[in-house]
Design a protein around this ligand. Structure first.
Ligand SMILES: Nc1ncnc2c1ncn2[C@@H]1O[C@H](COP(=O)(O)OP(=O)(O)OP(=O)(O)O)[C@@H](O)[C@H]1O
Length: 256
């Protein structure tokens, strides 16, 4: 699918959140969307998913079946997990929904929670249910907004493989990911949403299996960005690194 010259604002007098967005998302590609808090990542994902129409510009060739897992899964509905997923499957007329629900619940390790009510779920378990409803319809386009937030280590480790498998089957995947959990997947394209201008920058520094992570010098050269060196006690490195990543900053550790 393609986005051409897409711009978006929430209301007529509201500021533009996205402008001049040109983006190609070929079948089977994985695209990681990064940017600071409030830059417009979730907005871009909603526009790509078709939940919001562009204020200007065009979107073409969006796959027919779209799966979307929002950043905050709505857990205030009075259904059990099984009933909720069953409803979602029925709305979308998914054949063999029971089998598909059982299979995803097992793969994502929440099969013991199928009869638990949504409001009683932990954040990570709710995230898994949100992910499952997005996966149920075998989507051609899968949009995941911060899918790693709150997940236990086992699922966090398993998710990149799942994303890789789906992309190999031809699913186009777009992920916003503060925690940079998918950047190691081969061939992941990176798109940065810049907060001040609300302009999507082309993924000039996309990481690939060949070139690995981009050097920090490239970050410094980016307009509006600066490089800050911080000396941190060894036992605090990991905590601080995770916190900064969770806040949307790009972090590289220099080995000494
Ligand atoms: N439903 C809405 N109505 C009006 N403005 C909104 C709405 N949702 C988001 N915004 C505004 O659009 C801008 C971009 O928000 P968005 O949630 O897309 O950013 P984000 O990059 O995903 O942020 P974060 O990293 O904090 O999740 C912000 O200024 C936000 O206040």
């Amino acid at each position: 699918m393609r986005l051409d010259n897409v711009a978006f604002r929430y209301h007529r007098r509201a500021p533009w959140v996205l402008q001049d967005v040109d983006l190609a998302l070929p079948p089977g590609t994985v695209t990681e969307v990064t940017g600071h808090n409030g830059a417009g990542k979730s907005t871009l994902l909603r526009v790509i998913a078709g939940l919001r129409s562009p204020t200007r510009g065009t979107i073409t060739d969006r796959p027919e079946r779209v799966g979307y897992a929002p950043e905050r899964f709505p857990v205030d509905q009075p259904f059990t997990v099984r009933a909720y997923l069953g409803h979602m499957a029925a709305i979308r007329k998914i054949p063999n929904a029971r089998t598909a629900i059982a299979a995803w619940a097992e793969r994502l390790a929440f099969d013991h929670l199928l009869d638990t009510r949504l409001p009683e779920l932990s954040k990570g378990s709710a995230q898994k249910v949100g992910l499952t409803q997005a996966l149920l319809d075998d989507p051609g386009l899968l949009i995941l907004d911060e899918p790693f937030a709150g997940l236990d280590a086992a699922t966090r480790d398993a998710l990149p493989t799942l994303i890789g498998d789906l992309s190999e089957q031809g699913t186009t995947i777009v992920v916003s990911d503060h925690q940079r959990c998918i950047e190691a997947l081969p061939g992941v394209a990176r798109v940065r949403v810049a907060d001040t201008t609300a302009t999507l920058l082309p993924a000039t520094q996309s990481t690939t299996a060949e070139d690995g992570v981009r050097p920090m010098a490239a970050v410094e050269q980016e307009e509006g960005m600066a490089l800050l060196e911080v000396s941190v006690p060894l036992d605090e490195v990991e905590t601080l690194e995770n916190k900064l990543r969770a806040d949307g900053y790009e972090v590289r550790r220099r080995d000494t």
